[in-house]
Design a protein around this ligand. Structure first.
Ligand code: MV4
Length: 675
């Protein structure tokens, strides 16, 4: 076994690999970019080497710098994680040339699976089932058209060099074929530098079922069962589970054996995933093979009790596979949800910024053995794999995943219930997240009943995005309680209320609290009153009894309002009160009436970025006199331009960003003296 390895990655997967290294007594070396000097993966490793600038091209994709770092630190092997250089033949080759073990398959196996057409030819020879189609060398348009006609419509054109859903065209009718072929070839040439295409029968409502395989250098090859990853949006997986639900033991065995045959056909070594596309009736066909450890590997670990990174290290060090096929078994069911910093309601735009408050459900980080198959007593039904901590920043440079939440249950129903509960316990303040969206899917009928296919999210779009009813009154009571506590009030005591507008009322007093609901931008007033021992809160014309107290935990409060009572956490960020209660997240912005009055006198105008992005033009400078609507700054996000205009007439007093700067969501861009 190795004494020291280098982890050529970042984020949760680098931390995940480091955790196994630590357990096995292997020293680990991190690499990091300018943006990651204080990243969690750096502290998770024993040593760290700086490899360059923030962008991936300047750091995590620099083959020579990484090889140099391995050499300089005496690492005997390199673990590439997923993404970045994990399926890069040149990198695997460079490691080999430098005498460093690449913890992954042989260069030839990566190459063999790099071309879809070549991979399909190899799979055909190995008797692995293929979607009816054409993947030959002859690319003449006439021949391709004839082949499509004989396969029968609809057909799917795929770029042979493509992947991840890029370069695909569905063709419904023979009359449309010529134009679709030309368009597919154009996209393939510009995206992949190769315009070769293949044709397949187009399957409607398919499932994505994949098989985890492992092979060693001694001819051993096994499968660690299946996963269903059908719940995707735009080819990005959202929820994954193991085992794939609703399949007979016979189909699972056939699929497992086909996957092992696929691995053997390319003399595979290490961890690999064979992706199949499956029809509603259980026919499955080879799609592609991923020659790396997958993001969703934890669900397989949770049901097999095996540490797949440990397996990778052992195989790379030349050891035989730890277990035979007969020794592998499945216990229970596991589901993974990918928690992303993104804005589902805004087309899943990535959302950046600092994680001001981050609370994950109670669980064990990087736990392997959920079922306790290996070590009795080490059961961890909730696992959290995360590469960030509270206080860290999600930047635009890398994948905006915050954490993977993985749960285990004796049955799928148990796992589902646990996932639902775990998602309700996630609290994130800072970037927007997909947590609520995940909750909706997990609690939706099709997902709960295991009716999975790749169109699930699109088909149920309306229900998944419909407004949700939230415990508004309870959350408001908690926010008021937190505000009164912060401003010097206590549950029962007298206080000066200096910062609040208030008035006396027959010996008692009352004060008006101005709030804005962040979600729907609705501003409203609440009146808090105390008369003798009686406290009330008036909202929406209704006056109800109100009590509050601080709870024992950090940010914890209790409140009662009328008949309702709630315990929750209120995380205060400036004037924004983020309330987490009864499984929901709500946010209220306190409109400090006195401070607002002062602002208005000084004529301050704050102009903030509507989304994370890059400044591409600054059209004004300090001193520029502007009319209402005058364009001030142009930002670019997701390849679209957004012009930010003056909300009112005034004079620009400060410009806070320059052309080329990356700007976080909500950042103040410039200061305007409103006139
Ligand atoms: C297909 C298909 C239907 N019929 N092939 C998308 C990405 C690539 N890995 C293969 N993909 C598909 N291939 C045939 N013959 C539908 C898809 C597909 C899909 C596959 C798996 C998971 C999600 C998907 C979403 C849309 C389309």
């Amino acid at each position: 076994m190795f004494n020291k390895i280098l982890i050529a990655n970042r984020g949760e997967i680098a931390c995940r690999v480091a955790a196994t290294c630590k357990r096995l007594g292997i020293a680990s070396v991190a690499v990091y970019s300018d943006a990651d000097a204080d990243a969690k993966h750096v502290s998770a490793c024993d040593e760290a080497v700086h490899i360059g600038g923030a962008s991936a091209a300047e750091s995590y994709l620099r083959i020579e710098r990484i090889i140099e770092a391995a050499r300089a630190t005496g690492a005997q092997a390199v673990h590439p994680g997923y993404g970045f250089l994990s399926e890069n033949e040149d990198f695997a080759h460079a490691c080999e040339a430098a005498g460093i073990v690449f913890i992954g398959p042989p260069v030839e196996a990566i190459a063999a699976m790099g071309s879809k057409a070549a991979a399909k030819a190899l799979m055909h020879a190995a008797a692995v089932p293929l979607v009816p189609g054409y993947h030959g060398d002859d690319q003449s348009p006439e021949l391709l058209h004839r082949e499509a006609d004989s396969i029968g419509y609809p057909v799917l054109l795929k770029a042979s060099a493509g992947g991840g859903g890029k370069g695909m065209r569905v063709v419904e009718r023979s009359e449309d074929f010529v134009a679709a072929l030309a368009s597919c070839k154009r996209e393939a040439a510009s995206s992949f530098g190769n315009d070769r295409v293949l044709i397949e029968k187009y399957l409607t409502r398919p499932r994505h079922v994949e098989v985890q395989v492992f092979a060693d250098r001694h001819g051993g090859a096994v499968y660690l069962f299946d996963r269903d990853c059908s719940v995707q949006r735009r080819h990005q997986k959202v929820l994954e589970e193991a085992p794939a639900p609703g399949l007979s033991a016979e189909i699972k065995r056939e699929m497992g054996e086909a996957a092992v045959a696929a691995a053997r056909a390319v003399s595979y070594v290490g961890a690999g995933t064979v992706e199949f596309i499956m029809t509603a009736t259980g026919e499955f066909y080879f799609m592609e093979m991923n020659t790396r450890l997958q993001v969703e590997h934890p669900v397989t670990e949770m049901v097999t009790g095996q540490d797949l990174v440990e397996w990778q290290l052992r195989v790379a060090a030349g050891e035989p596979l730890p277990l035979t096929q007969d020794q592998l078994k499945i216990d229970g069911h596991a589901i993974e949800a990918r928690i992303y910093a993104e804005h589902p309601a805004r087309g899943f735009l990535p959302s950046t910024g600092t994680l001001k408050h981050l609370r994950m459900p109670e669980g064990v980080e990087f736990a392997i053995d959920a079922a306790g198959l290996g070590e009795p007593g080490r059961k961890a039904p909730v696992r959290i794999d995360s590469g960030v901590r509270e206080g860290d920043t999600i930047t635009p440079f890398y994948d905006p995943m915050i954490a993977k939440l993985i749960v285990h249950g004796a049955t799928r129903e148990e796992a589902l219930a646990r996932m639902s509960r775990a998602l309700h316990a996630c609290e994130v303040v800072g970037p927007h997240t997909n947590v609520e969206f995940l909750q909706r899917i997990v609690e939706s009928e099709p997902f709960a009943s295991g009716d999975l296919d790749t169109g699930l999210i699109e088909r149920h779009h309306e229900a998944l995005f419909a407004p949700v009813k939230k415990p508004f009154k309870e959350a408001l009571a908690l926010a008021c309680g937190a505000l009164l506590t912060r401003e010097g009030g206590t549950a029962h005591g007298a206080s000066p209320w200096d910062a609040l507008s208030h008035w006396r009322l027959n010996g008692g007093y009352a004060q008006t609290l101005g709030w804005r609901s962040v979600e729907d931008d609705n501003a409203f007033m609440v009146t808090f009153a105390r008369d003798g021992g009686t406290q009330t809160l008036e909202h929406d014309g209704l006056r109800e009894g109100f009590t509050w107290s601080s709870g024992s935990g950090l940010h914890e409060y209790r409140a009662t309002i009328g008949d309702a009572r709630a315990t929750g956490r209120v995380f205060i960020d400036g004037d924004t009160f983020h309330v987490f209660c009864l499984g929901h997240a709500l946010a209220f912005e306190w409109q400090n009436l006195l401070a607002h009055a002062a602002d208005a006198e000084h004529g301050e105008g704050r102009l903030t970025a509507p989304m994370p992005g890059k400044v591409i033009a600054v059209l004004v400078e300090p001193g520029t006199v502007v009319e209402k609507g005058t364009p001030l700054i142009v930002m670019e996000a997701m390849k679209m331009e957004h012009t930010i205009g003056a909300p009112a007439a005034g004079v620009v007093s400060e410009v806070l960003y320059a052309v080329g700067d990356q700007v976080a969501d909500g950042a103040q861009l410039l200061v305007l003296d409103v006139q």
